[in-house]
Design a protein around this ligand. Structure first.
Ligand code: PGA
Length: 241
């Protein structure tokens, strides 16, 4: 099981430190891997080896160019220097608010793989698309756009996250059967046993049922990852799976 926290634009560096001071002493995993993706300005709080020995550090985004005149962007090399080993790519908030396209997502995945950062690639449908029955086609198009031109040994290294947009931050998680179906579809499209996470209103109450599903290999968690105790509870459910 892979359990990933996406803090989004929440927590100052001092709040991140407070979280870690509470979280790390209670944290212990044997069977699962835990990754936290804080805002990049908080990352130096994770440099402490006690933290990085236990959890993976992830970025919420990256840019695909090596360096240069790209105001406001962060390169793979800069992230690696801070010991980042995962990066969320193509989150629906990046696609919708910051107009990222499937082609941007594809370039970012390639840059990430080149720099040996594991990409966590997000796909998901809107409520309208679910309503008009095009979910599977939408997911297929996003996946094929994302992996275009990536060879099969590299595709195995990619983590996918199925995040129905209507379930993100709404408190309305999808039902576990529907989540399992689309996570299974992603494995079918890729035609390999890749790691597929579910994301969208995962919390300490509903995670157990989601983790029990065959095609769900973990979760990408926003809101519920901001509270150390709730996040620890979710991790312990993943451990028991
Ligand atoms: P949520 O966010 O858990 O707050 O719904 C998930 C995500 O956007 O990755």
């Amino acid at each position: 099981m892979l359990v990933v926290a996406n803090w989004k634009m929440n927590k100052t560096a001092s709040e991140a430190k407070e979280f870690l001071d509470k979280f790390i002493p209670k944290f212990n995993v044997k069977n699962s891997k835990v990754v936290i993706c804080p805002p990049s300005v908080d990352m130096f709080e994770f440099e402490n080896s006690e933290v990085l020995n236990k959890i993976g550090l992830g970025a919420q985004n990256l840019f695909y160019k090596d360096k240069g005149s790209f105001t406001g962007e962060t390169s793979v090399e800069m992230l690696k220097d801070l010991k980042v080993s995962y990066a969320i790519i193509g989150h629906s908030e990046r696609r919708n608010i910051f107009a990222e396209t499937d082609s941007d997502v594809n370039k970012k995945i390639k840059a990430s793989l080149n720099g040996e950062i594991t990409p966590i690639v997000c796909v998901g449908e809107t409520l309208a698309e679910r309503g008009n029955g095009t979910t599977k086609q939408v997911i297929k198009n996003q996946i094929l756009g994302a992996i275009y031109g990536i060879n099969s040994s590299n595709i195995e290294k990619v983590v996918f996250a199925y995040e129905p947009i209507w379930a993100i931050g709404t408190g309305k998680a999808i039902n576990p059967e529907q989540a399992d179906e689309i996570c299974g579809l992603i494995k079918e499209i890729i035609n390999k046993d890749v790691t597929v996470l579910y994301g969208g209103s995962v919390n300490d109450k509903n995670c157990k049922q989601l983790f029990a599903k065959k095609n769900i290999n973990g979760a990408l968690i926003g809101g519920a990852s901001l509270d150390a105790d709730k996040f620890l509870k979710i991790i312990s459910e993943a451990e028991n799976e």
